[in-house]
Design a binder for this molecule. Structure first.
Ligand code: SF4
Length: 286
């Protein structure tokens, strides 16, 4: 039996025995297996648990359906199986069972991405979920807007990778610099210290569209550098401008020029700077 098979076998037999976990329920939007399309782990097959609810206001949000908490969520069918709808709020044990079933149907899968919406708007539920996933042998990857520093301590000990966004004011209409700075402060006091930061534990992603400015991108890179210049910094071109049928060549060129300037500026401040587009949109998968 391969390591991955063993892991999914262990996951199948493990039961959630934590009183705190079994008492916890939360709101989801969807659950499925796909290929990670963003950031440093691009290309890895993962299971995605998308939480529901997000108060952020990103103008290019491509999961608007996950911003509100609805009475039910969907577990997408695998290999032609029909989708199944489940009621919200959903009990932690039910989510864990769904993840294990999804992992078995798609084995081997070792990483579960907890994404949103904004997972840190439900910190106790997400902490219990992450803990339960780890008990079942999964690696836990948290995708967050990085604007809820007071929620982060709940989950930080239960995740293996943090993919933290920096939200540019041009995209949200709001300044999140202080929240991002405080988020880094929590990381600094935790295991995610600069001396222990690696590509496997923390990276920052900045989505850049035509409204962004080089000044914002420099400020984002400065903020990351003030935590540690070793934190990988991923610049993600906004997909509508790059991939939409309505996108013009001129706009694509203008965005690529802006991103190139931002990447050069970031590279003066940080050790690892990458430009990575959303590849799941190219593959036309979730
Ligand atoms: S943080 Fe994510 S879910 Fe929330 S508005 Fe921004 S892109 Fe959408």
């Amino acid at each position: 039996m391969s390591t991955h098979s063993k892991q999914n076998h262990v996951a199948a037999n493990a039961r959630d025995t934590s009183p705190a976990s079994t008492a916890t329920a939360g709101y989801l939007s969807e659950l499925f297996c796909s290929v990670q399309g963003e950031g440093l782990f691009v290309g890895e097959r993962q299971i995605f648990v998308r939480t529901a609810g997000c108060a952020a206001t990103c103008s290019w949000c491509d999961t608007v359906y996950s911003k509100v908490q609805t009475p039910r969520f969907v577990v997408h069918g695998e290999h032609g199986a029909p989708a199944r709808w489940r009621p919200n709020p959903v009990a932690l044990g039910d989510v864990l069972d769904d993840v294990v079933a999804c992992a078995q149907a798609n084995a081997p899968v070792v990483t579960v991405s907890i994404t949103g919406g904004e997972p840190l708007e439900q910190p106790e539920f997400v902490a219990a979920l992450a803990r339960g996933l780890r008990e079942r042998g999964f690696r836990v990857y948290l995708e967050t807007a990085g604007i809820h520093p007071r929620a982060l301590p709940h989950v930080i000990d239960h995740v293996d990778v943090i993919a933290m966004d920096i939200k540019l004011p041009s995209a949200t209409g709001t300044e999140h610099w202080d929240a991002h700075r405080d988020f880094f402060s929590v990381l600094r006091e935790s295991d995610f210290q600069p001396t222990r930061v690696s590509a496997r534990s923390l990276f920052v992603k900045v989505i850049v569209d035509l409204k962004a400015t080089i000044t914002e991108m420099e400020r984002a890179a400065d903020l990351v550098a003030s935590f540690s210049p070793r934190v990988p910094f991923v610049i993600q071109p906004e997909s509508e401008t790059m991939l939409s049928k309505n996108a013009t060549r001129e706009n694509r060129r203008a965005l690529l020029d802006l991103i190139d300037a931002g990447a050069r500026a970031a590279s003066l401040r940080l050790d690892v700077v990458r430009v990575i587009p959303q590849t799941h949109k190219v593959l036309d998968v979730r």
